[in-house]
Design a protein around this ligand. Structure first.
Ligand code: BTN
Length: 240
């Protein structure tokens, strides 16, 4: 177990946790209030202070080749859905790693890797899990929270404790090389897998297809008009 540092306020926990002098494998920086929370694709991450979980965990998975980095995303998404399931909330993983309940997003993940040669040296795993927030700014699309789903409030520290244990458990699967089980579990919880749905492909427009899986490099495999095609991040969008 690493150390868990709780800050009353900081800009972004991902930036705090990037300090190699202060944080190493298994350590966590948690913020009650993030003033400059960061999301994917340069978006901001909004979270009402004290109501939710906003933290970054440091992993040092030097046993993984850079081409295997998607395993980190899978393990983290699984740990979050494991935790929600412990509270009776069935969540799905929307590729690459958003956590959804139905068509609404309950948790965002921002993972930033550093490399040493061709191996991963350090991964900053930023997690924003909506726990007790029930009102959201208008610009946040399809927000959800544990409280919205369950109709009651939760002990945020307890949710963190369970999530931390599940993250460690999923990491152990990675370090044991249990990649097939990670992939099987990811497939079992994948949003819209094998379900016909509309997607947007830049330069092609709207298409109809079925998600069939992911490549080892994380590319999404979608069957479109009988042909399986692979798409990297930003090459395809869900139409929700
Ligand atoms: C997303 O866009 O879905 C990813 C959101 C990630 C938010 C978390 S909150 C803790 C950590 N610190 C940040 O600045 N971002 C991540």
């Amino acid at each position: 177990m690493g150390k868990v540092v709780v800050l009353q306020e900081c800009g972004s926990t991902n930036i705090e946790a990037a300090d190699k002098e202060s944080y190493s494998h298994g350590d966590v920086v948690r913020a009650i209030c993030q003033t400059a929370g960061r999301g994917q694709r340069g978006h901001k991450w909004d979270s009402t202070p004290g109501e939710n979980l906003t933290f970054s965990l440091v992993w040092e998975p030097s046993f993984l080749h850079v081409s295997q980095q998607f395993l980190i995303s899978e393990a983290v998404a699984l740990a979050i859905t494991d935790t929600l399931a412990e509270y009776g909330i069935e969540a799905q993983i929307k590729w690459t790693n958003d956590i959804y309940i139905g068509e609404r997003k309950i948790c965002g993940i921002l993972i930033e890797h550093s490399l040493c040669g061709a191996s991963l040296s350090r991964s900053i795993v930023g997690i924003g899990l909506n726990v007790n927030q029930t009102e959201f700014p208008q610009w946040v699309s399809n927000p959800d929270s544990m409280a919205v789903e369950a109709g009651c409030k939760f002990d945020v520290d307890e949710v963190f404790g369970r999530l931390y244990i599940n993250l460690a458990r999923r990491y152990e699967m990675l370090s044991a090389g249990d990649y097939a089980a990670i992939r099987a579990d990811y497939y079992g919880r994948m949003f819209r897998r094998d379900v016909g749905a509309r997607f947007f492909i830049p330069e092609e427009g709207e298409v109809f297809g079925k998600i069939r899986g992911v490549e080892d490099n994380g590319a999404l495999i979608v069957e479109i008009e009988g042909l399986c095609r692979s798409f990297l991040f930003k090459e395809i969008e869900f139409i929700i």
